[in-house]
Ligand binder design. Sequence first.
Ligand code: SF4
Ligand code: SF4
Length: 346
Amino acid sequence: MQEDEIIKNLNKCSRCALCIQNCPIFQIKKDENNTARGLICKLLGYEKKILSEKEIKKNLKICLNCSKCKENCPSKVNTTLIFAYKNAKFNPSKISQRLFLAAKLLPLKILYILNVFKKEKKKNIKSNVLYFKGCVAKAQHKTTFLDKIFKSEQFLCCGLPYLASGDIKNYEKAKKKNIELIKKASKVVFDCASCKKAVSEYEELNEKEKNKLEFLTDFLLEKKLKLKENSKYKNKTVIFHKPCHMDKNDFKKIETFLSNIEGIKYLKSKDENLCCGFGGSYFIYHPIIATKIAYKKALLIKKEKANLILTACPACTIGLRYGQIISFNFKKTLELRDFIESELTI
Ligand code: SF4
Ligand code: SF4
C-alpha cells in the first residue's frame, strides 16, 4: 500500500467510533489507543510530527488485524491494510518470517512432504475453476473433495502470516505469484475465510478479478447434501464460529447451507462477532490477551451446549480447541471442509 493511499484513507475517518464496540482488543484492554479510531488519530499525529514512532509502535503491534473495524466502518477506511503496513514499518520482522513460519509449521511440513509420496489417481478436470488450498490444508490432506472437483494449481501462501508479522518482502512475492494464477482462472474457490480475505485485499486485482473469488458454499448451495447414514452427528446440535475474516455474505450462505442439512440441528450462535483469540501467530506474541479472548469465546460456546463446533479457518480451529481446553468443555471442533468430506454424501 502506497504512502499517499494510506494518508488518503486516514483522512476518510470521521471519528464516528462505530469501529470500537466490536474490537476484541478494546473489549479486553478498555483503552481507545488500541482501537481503529485511536490508531488512526495516532498515525495522523505522527504524520503531523506531533507524536513519535515510539508512541504508536506498541499499539500497532497489539492489533489483531481481525478486520472487525473495517467491517463496521461507514467511511470504508481500509484499516487492516493500513495497520499491517504501518506495523511492518515500525515493527519490521527481525528474523526471516519464512524461517519462523517454517519452524512453527514444522510438523505440518513433515506431513506435507509425506503427502508428496502418496499415490494419487490422475485427474482430468476440464473446468478452469481453481481451488486455493491454504498452507495448512496442503499439509493436512493430500487430496480433499475440492481437489477432485476443481483444478488445484500451486498457489503460494495467501501472504497474511507474512503481512501480519511485518515481512512485506515475502508478502509481495506470494501476492505476485497468486495474482498471475487468479488472472488466468475463471473462478477461484476457497475453503479458508482468512485466505479468501487476504487475497481479496490484493490491491492489484480489479473488481472483475475480485468477483472471481468465491467461498466453497457458493457451489454447495446448489446441491442437496445429506448426512451420511452412519454419521455420529445424526440429530446432534451444530454451531458455526464465524472467523473474523469471513465475509458477511459468505457467512449467511454457510448458515443457509447448514440449516438445510437433513439430520443435524443447526444452532445460530448468540454472538457471532466474538473472536477466537488465536489470530495466526498472535497467540505466540501476545499469549495473555489471546487467552483472555479465547476463554470469553469458550464460555459462550459452553452455554450454547452444541455437540459440534464448525469453522472455516485453521487458525480459528486451533483457537477454538485451545478455548475448549482452558474452559474444560472438550467439544469436537472441525473445519467445515472436513465435516462435509467425512459426514455428508457429496
Ligand atoms: S468506524 Fe471508520 S470512520 Fe468511524 S471512527 Fe472507526 S475508522 Fe473512523
Ligand atoms: S483490526 Fe481488529 S484488533 Fe485491530 S483495531 Fe480493528 S477491530 Fe481492533
